[in-house]
Design a protein around this ligand. Structure first.
Ligand code: IPD
Ligand code: CA
Ligand code: CA
Ligand code: CA
Length: 272
């Protein structure tokens, strides 16, 4: 099944790479969330391939063409993670394909078509980038860490929108990035390119493959309370090299307390 998922990810990636060369049409979903014809074409390719090969597996796909059925196996598909980057011509986006067995990730594939980087993992068998084994970084202090994070699409109306956390963490770490593809952000932790990633407002298809790849590369992956990470439950993830995990969780908790004491801090919005 891993070989199948890799083959499909390569084919969807080629389609996305070709789409990056031309004008494409898109429609808004929410203010910062759009769907392009390439998201839909990539999803059609992936879902079509899974249905042909594994007709009795359930499929959950971001743009809605999944198939629900009672099955121990569920595919979680993000046909194009980083759509806004793609639309603006910023080459940070990927295809993300995960397979769950009884709701636990069994395999994950994340393919970055612009760098030809294929990240993949199977449960218990380690994580790889283009065939090379991946390991998380060895940075042992938050103060020396390079982290990544994200901003949820509903941040204009939702006060719990990560802005306090970003501001708080910015003062504690070496620096923070917001690359714009959660799947690749998790793979960057796996590859030791960053030391950790935290985010909220994510969907199972954003994190299922990347979370498994990070874990198989030695990352600690939890929710914001340090509880077990499961792709289908909860929209909050923290993935680190393990060495800075406790410090990052403590900082997130401290930021939350700060927001609770000053609830206006994240609600100032030109759109409200
Ligand atoms: C988005 C990206 C982004 C994250 C958003 C996701 P999309 O996925 O992963 O990094 O911050 O929350 O929804 O919409 O480009 O597939
Ligand atoms: Ca989207
Ligand atoms: Ca996504
Ligand atoms: Ca997407």
């Amino acid at each position: 099944m891993l070989d199948f998922a890799i083959d499909v990810a390569y084919r969807a990636g080629a389609l996305i790479r070709a789409g990056a060369e031309r004008e494409i049409t898109y429609e808004p979903k929410q203010h910062a969330d759009v769907v392009t014809e390439v998201d839909r074409a990539s999803e059609a390719l992936i879902v079509g391939a899974i249905r042909a090969r594994y007709p009795d597996h359930a499929i959950v796909a971001e743009e809605g063409s999944g198939v629900s059925m009672a099955s121990p196996y569920t595919w979680l598909i993000d046909p194009l993670d980083g759509t806004l980057n793609f639309l603006h011509g910023l080459p940070i986006f990927a295809v993300s394909i995960a397979l769950l067995a009884y709701n636990e990730p069994l395999l994950g594939v994340v393919y970055d078509p612009m760098r030809n980087e294929l990240f993949y993992a199977e449960r218990g068998k380690g994580a790889f980038l283009n065939g090379r084994r991946l390991h998380v970084s060895r940075t042992s202090a938050l103060a020396r860490s390079l982290l990544s994070s994200g901003l949820p699409y509903d941040r204009f109306t939702q006060p719990d929108n990560n802005l306090t956390e970003l501001t708080y963490l910015a003062m504690l770490v070496q620096d923070i990035r917001r690359p714009g593809s959660a799947a690749l952000d998790l793979c960057a932790v796996a590859a030791g390119r960053t030391d950790g990633h935290w985010e909220l407002g994510l969907k199972p298809w954003d994190v299922a493959a990347g979370g498994l790849i990070a874990r198989e590369a030695g990352a600690t992956v939890t929710d914001w309370q340090g509880g077990e990470w499961r792709p289908l439950s909860g929209d909050r993830i923290v993935a680190t090299n393990g060495l800075i995990h406790a410090e990052l969780l403590a900082a997130l908790a401290a930021a939350r307390r700060q927001r609770e004491q000053n609830p206006m801090s994240d609600t100032i919005s030109p759109r409200s």
